[in-house]
Design a protein around this ligand. Structure first.
Ligand code: ADP
Ligand code: MG
Length: 342
């Protein structure tokens, strides 16, 4: 079983940033409003993710490290419409097989907190507030070959920050802080009370603008305008079947950067050819030279029309009707770029 977990770890964990992604996913699934990341040596020596979410009951702590232990989906039908970031129940087991792990947690409504040592399985009482901290030390200690592929601490840190940035851009209702070697390196304050599920209110759009500015810099806001598009077809609830919102723009030549393109599907950061191609084609007539577009696009659609269980890292998706999604994103961005700037 240890071997199987290590093989699974090979698919899920490439570097410290992969661990960060999984742990932050879990914190968000637990309903956290504040997530604090602490790193040593670019995450190789320590990754600690602390949240104020619902916590884990004492008796359920040992299950968290078990393979295919997920509390998030109960049946195949749930898999058709996954609402949480995680659902495979293999991340913690995989990470525990390649690092020294511990979970500290206090479940909501309870007064006692416990620490579970992932190596020994020992469980003991500790003191802490509501929520969970997962600590991952000495990543790849047992697989020196993998450890050798890691880059400098500065590079690994940059990847860890990028991983949190991707989460942060979708969750202005959650505060994030990143510490490295005892120094605060990034902090994005919570600026909305409720999740940004459907960004329909002005308050939600304003909070998203605030978060985009905090994370990507005020230039991103200055260079872009709001995207707010929905399809004419309605779903079974009478709502538009597809919505695309966010911001898109064209930067000055001097400020053009290749890393200011973000796509989300139902709140999940994805890297997807259909989406990037659609955005690209909307820019065809407006971009000249080697200027790069800037955008953060959020697609909301019926979860049964998109499969997120394609790849262990869940960064790829498969659309049931990719033409429909392509057209939606293309139109959304084209309309935005064609509109006079406010
Ligand atoms: P998955 O997220 O796919 O369910 P994981 O291996 O990431 O699987 O986590 C296993 C289980 O541990 C989760 O289903 C959840 O019940 C619990 N868990 C992990 N991290 C947290 C957390 N930060 N807060 C509350 N529960 C957690
Ligand atoms: Mg998970």
């Amino acid at each position: 079983d240890e071997l199987i977990s290590q093989i699974a770890a090979g698919e899920v964990v490439e570097r410290p940033a992969s661990v960060v992604r999984e742990l932050v996913d879990n914190a968000l699934d637990a309903g956290a409003t504040q997530v604090t990341l602490r790193l040593l040596a670019g995450g190789v020596r320590l990754i600690s993710v602390e949240d104020d979410g619902q916590g884990i009951l004492r008796d359920e702590l040992p299950i968290a490290f078990k393979r295919h232990a997920t509390s998030k989906i109960g049946n195949l039908q749930d898999l058709e419409s996954v609402a949480t970031m995680g659902f495979r129940g293999e991340a913690l087991a995989a990470i525990n097989s390649i690092a020294d792990c511990a979970i500290l947690s206090r479940a909501s409504g309870l007064n006692d907190a416990y620490l579970l040592d992932g190596r020994t399985g020992e469980l003991r009482p500790v003191a802490r507030g509501q929520g969970t901290t997962v600590e991952v030390k000495e990543l790849f200690y047992s697989t020196p070959a993998r450890r050798k592929f890691l880059k400098t601490d500065a590079t690994e840190l940059a990847h860890c920050i990028e991983s949190v940035r991707r989460h942060a851009l979708a969750r202005p209702d959650v505060g994030f802080a990143i510490w490295h070697e005892g120094k605060l390196v990034e902090q994005w304050r919570r600026c909305l009370d409720t999740p940004l599920a459907e960004a329909t209110s002005e308050a939600a759009l304003a909070a998203l603008d605030q978060r985009l500015s905090d994370v990507l810099g005020p230039e991103f806001l200055a260079q872009s305008v709001r995207v707010d598009w929905h399809s004419k077809q309605a779903n079974e609830f009478g709502q538009p079947a597809l919505r695309v919102w966010g911001r898109a723009g064209v930067p000055d030549a001097a400020r053009s950067r290749a890393d200011q393109q973000f796509c989300y599907v139902n709140g999940r950061f994805v890297r997807d050819k259909v989406l990037t191609h659609a955005a690209r084609s909307a820019y065809e007539d407006v971009l000249h030279g080697n200027r790069q577009p800037v955008y953060a696009l959020y697609v909301a659609m019926d979860p049964t029309r998109v499969d997120v269980n394609v790849h262990p890292t869940k960064i790829e998706v498969r659309f049931r009707d990719s033409r429909e999604v392509h057209q939606a994103v293309r139109h959304a961005v084209e309309d935005t770029l064609a509109a006079p700037r406010a």
